[in-house]
Design a protein around this ligand. Structure first.
Ligand SMILES: Cc1cc2nc3c(=O)[nH]c(=O)nc-3n(C[C@H](O)[C@H](O)[C@H](O)COP(=O)(O)O)c2cc1C
Length: 306
């Protein structure tokens, strides 16, 4: 590797490179492991896990859009018990970081999930998905209320000594305020961004193309928005940022790092090109060689604004 150091660190947790796989786009790692050597990436973020298994929404749950896709999976997952019994044993054979993403309908459920999962040594960190409806508060999304983000962060941090990343929603006026709240309450990093709310209609039936009416937009279509959100956080809050949104190649990764990201996650690209992560790691090495950069991490927040 010509002495080029691609490693990054967040809250004392070392990643061999900044490339992580995003929650919900690779399940629990099994299928993508047929295309990609998971030992070669910095980490994998597992599908959002809830306390009990969830079936998710009825189909149609996914539709392709211009340069992206809409999904309304509805957090279908196997639940904490089966995750620990059946999914972790497969993942832990790999030399990579396992970041467990948690979804919940109440603050108590977030806490309960983390309390159980934190006893598993193979889990290196938690990513808290706050883009979930709060059933106790009439279904309002946790991630749209800074007070709720504060409460969840503090409550989760109180029951684990592992790093906690708060995954922020872009569907707010000022994402940096949420990052500030997460940091004040002990978050080790923020992941930005989750999907943008969108919809699509069938002109012949006049019905929405997805059963849930609205879904989350992801893919290259959202990259400039995600990049602007990462930059906004970087300029207003001193917290490690894990950049997510439409990243498809090594140039995209470099842009996110320059805009403030310490690490990044690949989402929708995994459906299109399941070995994208390998190509991206090679692309990062080539860039460092060309630019005579020894440590890739020196790029983080290296932007020069006019
Ligand atoms: C089919 C699908 C399912 C997803 N499921 C989850 C999920 O369970 N939890 C979560 O935090 N994010 C979920 N996401 C959001 C992604 O992790 C990521 O934040 C988003 O797709 C933006 O990245 P991308 O443009 O690279 O896909 C999902 C995205 C897609 C496309």
């Amino acid at each position: 590797m010509n002495g080029i150091d691609l490693s990054v660190e967040i809250a004392g947790l070392k990643f061999k490179n900044p490339i992580l796989l995003a929650s919900g786009t690779v399940g629990y790692g099994y299928e993508i492991s047929q295309f990609l050597d998971l030992n070669k990436i910095g980490g994998i973020v597992t599908k959002s896990i809830s306390l009990k298994p969830r079936k998710g929404n009825p189909p149609q749950r996914i539709v392709e859009t211009a340069s992206g896709m809409l999904n309304a999976i509805g957090l279908a997952n196997v639940g904490v018990e089966e995750f620990l019994k059946d999914k972790i044993p497969f993942l832990k054979q790999y030399d990579t970081n396992i970041i467990c993403n948690i979804a919940a309908s109440t603050i108590e459920e977030y806490v309960e999930c983390v309390k159980i999962l934190t006893t598993e040594d193979a889990i290196h960190a938690f990513e808290i998905n706050v883009s979930c409806p709060n059933v106790k508060e009439g279904g309002l999304i946790f991630g749209n209320d800074p007070d709720q983000v504060s409460t969840i962060t503090a409550a989760v941090k109180a029951v684990t000594s592992k790093p906690v990343f708060i995954k922020l929603s872009p569907n707010t006026a000022r994402i940096a305020d949420f990052a500030i709240r997460a940091k004040e309450n002990g978050a080790d990093a923020v992941s930005a961004i989750n999907t943008l709310v969108g919809t699509a209609f069938n002109i012949w039936t006049r019905k929405p193309k997805i059963h849930n009416v609205t879904g989350g937009l992801s893919g290259p279509a959202i990259k400039p928005v995600a990049l602007a959100k990462v930059l906004e956080i970087s300029r207003n809050c001193d917290i490690p940022i894990i950049g997510i949104g439409g990243i498809s190649n090594s140039d995209d990764v470099l842009e996110f790092m320059i805009a403030g990201a310490t690490a990044i996650q690949l989402g929708t690209i995994n459906f299109v090109q399941p070995d994208a992560a390998t190509k991206i790691v090679n692309g990062l090495i080539n860039y460092c060689e060309t630019m005579k950069i020894n440590k890739l991490r020196s790029l983080t927040a290296s932007y020069e604004l006019n």
